[in-house]
Design a protein around this ligand. Structure first.
Ligand SMILES: C[S@@+](CC[C@H](N)C(=O)[O-])C[C@H]1O[C@@H](n2cnc3c(N)ncnc32)[C@H](O)[C@@H]1O
Length: 227
């Protein structure tokens, strides 16, 4: 199946409300657990001067988990959607988390050099972000600009199914009881996603040879490594 890009930013209030209200806890926890496992594997210990950026953080579910797991590290969630960050800030206000902030920033503008992001990350994390980019090289270019030397990367995203029928089947199977708006979003995301081979090409063409793509299951891949 060919790729059909979807709108990059998630800005419609009803779409954002449905996304923020959905339960992605199983997948979200896998990001934190996977990152923790990788840090252990490469013997990297995080300390208070380190910065973790959650790229395209959406409503901040994963940013909060990261900030709670590493309470002494500065965690910043970035997203280009005001509506998403409104949800994220609302949740953060009700929590006791002190080491997390959010920044409204459109990530293509970092890649093109139009915007300068003032922080350098020691760890870059993203979930369900890459597939939103119409030009995936903008995503990788932005990450190269905001990562410190030896920056750890941990990215997780959907794999594009082989056919439209398969995408439809996955939507109906996995989101059977979800609101229609969430089902449509998921379907659009599946069609906008990349294959493992495509991501491998992107990494090679971007000079990010040190990052590796692993297929986790039928639905997800993870891109892990340090540069
Ligand atoms: C599917 S959501 C994922 C949110 C979060 N990472 C999570 O897993 O819950 C994708 C997010 O990427 C953001 N996004 C997409 N393109 C972007 C861009 N060019 N700049 C900044 N944010 C972007 C959207 O606004 C949306 O919040």
């Amino acid at each position: 199946m060919n790729r059909t890009p979807e709108p990059e930013l998630m800005e419609s209030p009803s779409q954002v409300k449905a996304y923020a209200g959905a339960d992605f806890s199983k997948s979200d926890s896998m990001v934190v657990e996977g990152l923790e496992k990788y840090l252990k594997k490469v013997g990297k210990t995080l300390h208070k001067d380190h910065v973790i950026l959650d790229v395209a953080c959406g409503p901040g579910n994963i940013s909060e988990r990261i900030a709670t797991n590493w309470p002494f590290v500065k965690v910043v969630g970035i997203d280009g959607s005001k509506e998403m960050l409104k949800q994220a800030e609302k949740k953060l206000c009700k929590s006791f988390i002190k080491n997390l902030t959010y920044e409204l920033i459109e990530i293509n503008s970092i890649a093109t050099g139009e915007k300068h992001f003032p922080l350098k990350a020691d760890v870059l994390v993203s979930n369900s972000a890459l597939h939103h980019f119409h030009d995936p090289y903008r995503f990788w270019d932005a990450l190269k600009k905001i990562g410190n030397k030896k920056c750890i990367h941990f990215h997780r995203d959907l794999i594009r199914p082989t056919s439209i029928e398969k995408a439809f089947e996955l939507k109906e199977k996995l989101l059977a009881t979800s609101p229609e708006i969430l089902k449509n979003d998921f379907y659009a995301s599946l069609k906008a996603s990349f294959t493992v081979d495509e991501v491998n090409h992107q990494l090679v063409n971007s000079g990010l040879f040190q990052l590796e793509v692993f297929q986790v299951d039928e639905l997800y891949f993870e891109i892990i490594g340090y540069i």
